[in-house]
Design a protein around this ligand. Structure first.
Ligand SMILES: [Zn+2]
Length: 521
């Protein structure tokens, strides 16, 4: 039997070998050289796009099935220097006529929001509001890779890969055949590009790592190619999706229309600021505070978790950010509550910064408690057992068999979910009338009268009425609706505070604002 298999394998290798092997690779080279001639990629050392458009907040949609929340780019510019592998993107964002539904830092925008992101080789940074560089070196790899999927960068990087291959793809409904080139760069990133009959790059499909989506698909369409002189052509229109999946398609991430494109601009290469060059690698920081008997706040980063001890098990409220944070929070929970299994992880909402560690808690064996709106996305996208090639995590490296046994468990609810042993309880309540997330929960601990919220404040004590956010007003209205007896607020972002301060600060704003958004629109 073994011999037969060997024979079959060698026969098919003989038959198929030449068709998909070196000949295909050679075709890619010829096509890429034609594409280089057509767009003038080799003549482009640097390039600067300026224009306007729209940009979205990744992983911050109202529900998992909605498109990403978007704002307008009142101004936009992107400068790339291929030789030094540097890129700078600047934009001024305004809310425009875009619906204020969904989340994101500073969303919805009041006034203008400036953003400057930069990369140079293995260094990456942002500029803050004061124009000072903020190191983002853990972003450098992906930002550098994105240089190689720009229109001219694609051709340069594909030409640099001796193993680049090409295949025909027939778009039958459109009645035409495109040629698709695939290449690998930086040792692991794969990109594919569709070229038309004139050898122009129409579309790039690629993948970047993401804690929720895994190898997350990115699609970039380049249209409106124009001659910009010197035998160089550039696309004036760019349209990008991020995070599309058969279950959640149509995630519009960016759309930019250039008014001007200039090649070989002066001082396009960037100098890495000393503060960025010497910045320490970010590390997971854990700081624990006891909030009540059997209740601990696990802080120390941008997002908190709360560990709760029950008679026979432990429970974690929120597993945010990513695999690294979640593993540290789990280890801390085991230190605080030794010898008891983490049976549940309670999730406030599906936004990726709040859900990015759920896979890890799931790999630990915990059952995920979340709103029923998230069931499909969590089961069929976020928790899938497929490998993650770009950034493996605990669940992808140690998957459960799909036949079981394994946790494979979600507990979903519409309005209310309770975990209780008769003494300690955790109750999740679905938040109503809230624009930030349709699945948002506030989490109440009746024994200690602690209320945990994500992205709803509370505002600092003494915040003027006019500055109290609609999010905090929604928190206030839901506490009243549910008649919750709260003594302490424990936010996922920031420090605990008293309900006395909350009442004093938010009640006047709630009286003015009512009803904020009765139908959650
Ligand atoms: Zn959120």
């Amino acid at each position: 039997m073994k011999n037969v298999l060997v024979t079959l394998t060698s026969v098919s290798a003989l038959v198929l070998g030449p068709a998909v092997g070196p000949a295909a690779a050679q075709n890619a080279r010829a096509l890429l050289q034609a594409a280089d001639n057509a767009a003038g990629a080799s003549r482009v050392n640097s390039i600067m796009y300026t224009g306007t458009g729209r940009i979205s907040y990744l992983g911050q949609n109202f529900t998992t099935a909605d498109d990403l929340p978007r704002v307008d780019m009142k101004t936009w510019s992107q400068t790339i220097d291929y030789g030094s592998k540097s890129a700078k993107e600047e934009m001024v964002r305004v809310q425009g006529n875009n619906p204020p539904r969904g989340g994101g830092a500073g969303f919805p925008i009041t006034g203008e929001q400036r953003s400057t992101t930069l990369v140079s080789g293995n260094y990456a940074w942002n500029l803050n509001a004061q124009g000072q560089p903020q190191a983002q070196n853990d972003q450098a790899e992906v930002r550098q890779f994105m240089i190689w999927v720009t229109p001219h960068g694609f051709i340069k990087a594909a030409l640099a890969d001796p193993n680049a291959t090409v295949t025909d793809r027939e778009f039958i409904s459109a009645g035409r055949t495109l040629r698709v080139v695939g290449f690998t760069t930086m040792g692991k990133y794969r990109a594919t590009g569709e070229f038309d009959a004139q050898n122009m790059l129409e579309r790039v499909v690629t993948w970047i790592p993401n804690p929720v989506m895994g190898d997350m698909q990115v699609e970039i369409r380049y249209t409106d190619w124009r001659d910009i002189g010197n035998g160089i052509k550039a696309p004036f229109h760019t349209h990008m999706h991020q995070g599309d999946h058969p279950l959640v398609r149509g995630m519009n991430y960016m759309d930019a229309q250039a008014s001007d494109v200039k090649a070989n601009v002066e001082s396009a290469s960037l100098t890495v600021p000393d503060a960025v060059r010497t910045a320490a690698a970010p590390r997971v920081n854990i700081q624990t505070t006891k909030l009540a008997d059997g209740v601990w706040l696990i802080a120390g980063g941008s997002h908190n978790s709360v560990a709760v001890e029950f008679k026979d098990f432990a429970t974690l409220i929120e597993a945010p950010l990513d695999d690294a944070r979640a593993n540290a929070v789990i280890a801390e929970t085991k230190r605080l509550i030794p010898g008891k299994q983490i049976r549940y992880v309670v999730n406030t909402h599906h936004h990726w910064d709040h859900a990015g560690g759920l896979r890890t808690a799931y790999a630990e064996g915990a059952t995920i408690v979340t709103n029923e709106l998230n069931k499909n996305f969590y089961e069929r996208v976020m928790l899938v057992p497929q490998p993650r090639s770009l950034s493996p995590d605990r669940l992808s490296q140690f998957p459960f068999a799909t036949t079981g046994p394994g946790p494979g468990k979600l507990e979903t609810y519409r309005e209310r979910h309770a975990i209780s042993d008769g003494d300690q309880s955790i109750i999740s309540y679905h938040v109503q009338g809230f624009n930030h997330a349709g699945d948002m929960a506030i989490v109440y601990l009746p024994k200690s009268k602690i209320l945990i919220n994500a992205d709803m404040g509370p505002p600092a004590a003494g915040t003027p009425v006019a500055d109290v956010s609609l999010n905090s007003v929604a928190l206030y209205n839901n506490i009243k609706r549910l008649k919750l007896d709260v003594s302490q607020h424990v936010p996922i972002h920031g420090n605990p505070s008293s309900n006395t301060d909350f009442e004093r600060t938010v009640a006047p704003a709630a009286a003015r604002a009512r009803p904020a958004n009765p139908e959650g629109q």
